[in-house]
Design a protein around this ligand. Structure first.
Ligand code: HEC
Length: 180
């Protein structure tokens, strides 16, 4: 009886973990929709920059500080903050001092989940260094080649065998015609 009761809090705890695990992106999304989406889209430039890949451009601490007060960072002389402020025609992003670090991390997780890899694919010409060779060196790992080769050989042998059978059959019939 006691051992069975032990499972109840365990299940409840597991349930909580499952729920807690499912929510951060959802929470990030709802904050993003209500507080950021007026100026930001993950994959499109609006009043503010497209935020896809922001987690790669900036550290999480930088993003948290910027969201709390972008102008404080500009005034402090943070180069990245000053550059993006200039780039967006000196439109200051409003402060969001009430958002916690966890809130902002969830927003970033939501942005990550929504990000589409665009920039590289859209380049009109492939960088020469990124072009793939058209030939493939023949190695034992080249299963596709060996299977194809094998199929061609099997196909040729079957065709030959069929042709021989057909000829034999025809010859037999002719012989029968002559004799009969
Ligand atoms: C009133 C419009 C507006 C709102 C609302 C807004 N932003 Fe911004 N945001 C901007 C502008 C404009 C910039 C460009 C930098 C600047 O002007 O200071 C920017 C820049 C940023 C940057 C820097 C991007 C980069 O590439 O370095 C991040 C991160 C960011 N915003 C996150 C947020 C988040 C998260 C929210 C919601 C909590 C939010 N913003 C709400 C206008 C806005």
């Amino acid at each position: 009886m006691k051992t069975k009761l032990f499972f109840v809090p365990l299940l409840v705890a597991l349930g909580f973990i499952a729920v807690a695990k499912a929510t951060p992106i959802e929470e990030g999304k709802s904050i993003f929709m209500s507080r950021c989406a007026a100026c930001h889209n993950v994959n499109k430039v609006m009043t503010g920059p497209a935020l896809s890949g922001v987690d790669q451009r900036r550290s999480l601490d930088w993003i948290i500080n910027f969201v709390h007060s972008s102008q404080a960072m500009v005034k402090k002389g943070d180069t990245a903050a000053m550059a993006i402020f200039q780039k967006f025609n000196r439109v200051p992003m409003p402060d969001h001092p009430d958002l916690t670090a966890a809130n902002i991390k969830n927003i970033v997780d939501y942005i990550k989940a929504e990000s589409k890899p665009v920039a590289e694919e859209k380049a009109p010409f492939a960088k020469p260094g990124m072009k793939k060779n058209f030939y493939q060196p023949l190695t034992m790992n080249n299963y596709g080649f060996f299977i194809g080769y094998f199929l061609v050989v099997v196909g040729l042998i079957s065709a030959l065998y069929l042709a021989v059978q057909l000829k034999t059959f025809e010859r037999n019939r002719k012989e029968k015609d002559i004799s009969g």
